[in-house]
Design a protein around this ligand. Structure first.
Ligand SMILES: C[S@@+](CC[C@H](N)C(=O)[O-])C[C@H]1O[C@@H](n2cnc3c(N)ncnc32)[C@H](O)[C@@H]1O
Length: 358
């Protein structure tokens, strides 16, 4: 039976496990991913899952100590159900504790072995499938990327502001908070609008991507319209979703991104201390400036401002936010609890929650 792995930043695997479970798929956590088995049509989840960075389908796995053994392993894969005659293939390899450690040689060998089965690419017009080879302790795992391009590239976030958060991490924050769109949402440090836009699409039941393509869409082994049960039609947004930032460029980027994502978010150009909450209760989900990447900003000050708002005018609101240190998180609230830690742009950050005071 086809085996898939939803690749996710280490620390966020339980979020992806729950996201899969909500779609009726039972998985198993592995470091950096969630593995599950099922029909080839589950590749269609690449267009539905919000928290993973990639969805890989395992095509071949086995012990390989020479390039010839590797080529034989690859040739045993069912490539004809993944590539149409004439489609191209792009291979990337990683190796750890393995005799085959020359990436270029491994990538070339695998590409030729796939083409031995699926045929040589034509000059133009074909799709390109992305193949990944992972060698660990002389065991090769050869997978094809059901998404093609990284899944966090949703297609709508073309405008960015300072230190943007990957879209799948924004979605993971909302899923970790258990936010389902029935409670107001507010991001007072919205930057390019990633968290509110992810939230609005989630609440409306819109798929995460807009105007992008997925590798699985051209797989010959899948009937057209492949995927698990069809998603329900989109719903109207039933709660206020607000994004605010003191930087006018950030508000402009958010507005442009939201138009591309086809969601109606209430954008406000305002400094946090002057921001009014749109409802008496709700979820604040935010990625405050850490001080690392957002040059010159007073990170401690931003966390303290957030804390003051949550103790004062936004007292009914609960919060989920990122903070690189416990010291910064406790500036928001001494009751802050860390759900997990993961890397954001190479920086380890905690995912912290604070309950409402209402
Ligand atoms: C780390 S960025 C947020 C990135 C965002 N999550 C995204 O994906 O684009 C922090 C943002 O907070 C804004 N900011 C910093 N201090 C602020 C304040 N006191 N009031 C409002 N916005 C503030 C900055 O202008 C910046 O856009």
């Amino acid at each position: 039976m086809p085996a898939f792995t939803a690749i996710t930043p280490p620390g966020l695997e339980p979020v992806t496990l729950r996201e899969l479970a909500a779609l009726g798929v039972e998985g198993r956590i592995e470091p950096g991913g969630v593995r599950f088995e099922g029909a080839l049509a589950l590749a269609g989840l690449a267009a539905r899952l919000r928290s993973p960075g990639r969805l890989l389908l395992e095509v071949a796995r086995g012990r390989t100590c020479t390039l010839e053994q590797l080529a034989a392993l690859v040739r045993g894969g069912d490539w004809r159900s993944l590539l149409r005659p004439g489609d191209g293939v792009e291979v990337s390899a990683t190796a750890r504790h393995s005799r085959l450690h020359l990436r270029d040689a491994v990538e070339r060998k695998v590409k030729h072995a796939v083409q031995d089965v699926a045929g040589r690419p034509r000059d133009r017009g074909g799709a390109t499938q992305r193949v990944q080879v992972r060698l660990v302790d002389d065991v090769a795992t050869v997978s094809v990327d059901a998404g093609g391009e990284l899944l966090h590239r949703r297609g709508w976030r073309l405008a960015t502001a300072k230190a943007p958060l990957r879209e799948n991490l924004a979605a993971a924050m909302l899923l970790a908070a258990g936010w389902e769109g029935d409670e107001a949402l507010l991001d007072p440090f919205c930057g390019a609008g990633t968290i509110p836009i992810e939230g609005a699409r989630l609440a409306m039941g819109l798929p995460p991507g807009e105007g992008r393509d997925y590798g699985f869409r051209t797989w010959p082994g899948l009937a057209s319209g492949a995927g698990p049960a069809r998603p329900a039609p989109p719903r109207a947004l039933a709660v206020p979703v607000v994004g605010a930032d003191r930087d006018p460029g950030a508000v402009r980027a958010s507005t442009e991104n939201a138009a591309r994502a086809r969601v109606a978010v209430d954008w406000r150009h305002v400094e946090l201390s002057a921001l009014e909450a749109p409802a008496p209760v709700g979820l604040v989900a935010t990625n405050p400036p850490y001080g690392h990447r957002v040059g010159g900003e007073d990170a401690g000050g931003a966390y303290a401002l957030l804390g003051r708002a949550l103790r004062g005018p936004w007292a009914g609101w609960r919060a989920i936010f990122l903070a690189p240190t416990a010291e910064l998180a406790r500036k928001v609230d001494r009751r802050a609890e860390r759900l997990t830690t993961f890397e954001n742009g190479g920086i380890p950050v905690g995912l912290w929650v604070v309950p409402g005071r209402g």
